[in-house]
Design a protein around this ligand. Sequence first.
Ligand SMILES: Cc1ncc(COP(=O)(O)O)c(C=O)c1O
Length: 357
Amino acid sequence: MTVISLARGVPTPDLLPIPAIREASARALNAQAATVLAYGPGGGYPPLREALAARHGVDPQRILVVNGSLQGVAFIAEHLRRAGQAHVALEAPTYDRALKNFADRDFRITSVPLEADGIDVEALAEAETPDLLYTIPTFHNPAGCTLSPPKRRRLAELARERDLLIFEDDPYRLLRFEGDQVPALHDLAPERVVWSTSFTKTVAPGLRVGYLIVPEPLVDGLTALAVDTYISPSFLPEAIVTDLLGSGVFEASVELARKALAERLGVMCDALDEHLPEARYVRPQGGYFLWLQLPEGTEAGAVHAAAERHGVAFVPGTEFFLDGGERHLRLAFSGVQQEQIGEAVRRLSAAVTDAGG
Ligand SMILES: Cc1ncc(COP(=O)(O)O)c(C=O)c1O
């Protein structure tokens, strides 16, 4: 039996703009070989920084293009740790690889509960002010939820009042299926927010291109870390992304992904409602993930073991917490074709039954 994987937050290959990437790559090598095959500024390929700066209306010096946005998380964690500012607040649950970046550097971690409308801002306000809040406010990984506009305003206010630095990890923002766009925390308190995004979820993960918009005082420190880590990032993929942004392929790629993901989510919700009606979820308005709460008395670990026998994969909720998540599963609807989702949920339902749910 072939395993159907709802585990990985990746796009299916049919969503990648492969011919456009091939052509952009050839163009970059024909016209810019000497530049894209050389070392260069640690902050990234200058034409890409300029294009992104123009899109966001910021100074290009504040754009730090990195080899995948996870690198940006590593840089901020390393920068703060070296400065002796190693207390971070994380949502519970949060992105497992970010959690690992802070935990591996011995950060003191304050876990702040996540609600259906995003982080519990009042719980954060009542806690000791950390050196950094790492948050995924829009189409959360793993929880799928989005921080409401009133909570965004309150959080921006809190950041100003308490001099709190926020890392806003925002790779899914453009993949909205329904509802109105919400302001980024970066729009509300630009001087307090490092904003991060990526072309992984909208173009292709293997290009490894992400970028940060960095508040002025952090630019030199983070750029120095980039130079110490890799001298300069990989320019050929950055030149490809520059080309895709200039030719409109980027917008078309976002639109293709958005439509396919919305359809896949619809099929997944219908299948869950039919085959696992006792499980609970908050329907995400965009992104890659659905966060499923199992019926009382059913453990994600037991379902995970049973799911292997039934040929379906997912990530158990415990991966996304320091402590907790035993009744949750993260289901990624990004990496499977629509036609596979019904069968995946039937197999999941059989695994839940086996696990005693
Ligand atoms: C919230 C979040 N941040 C960062 C990343 C890493 O993305 P990249 O491929 O740009 O390193 C992911 C990927 O799953 C993610 O979900």
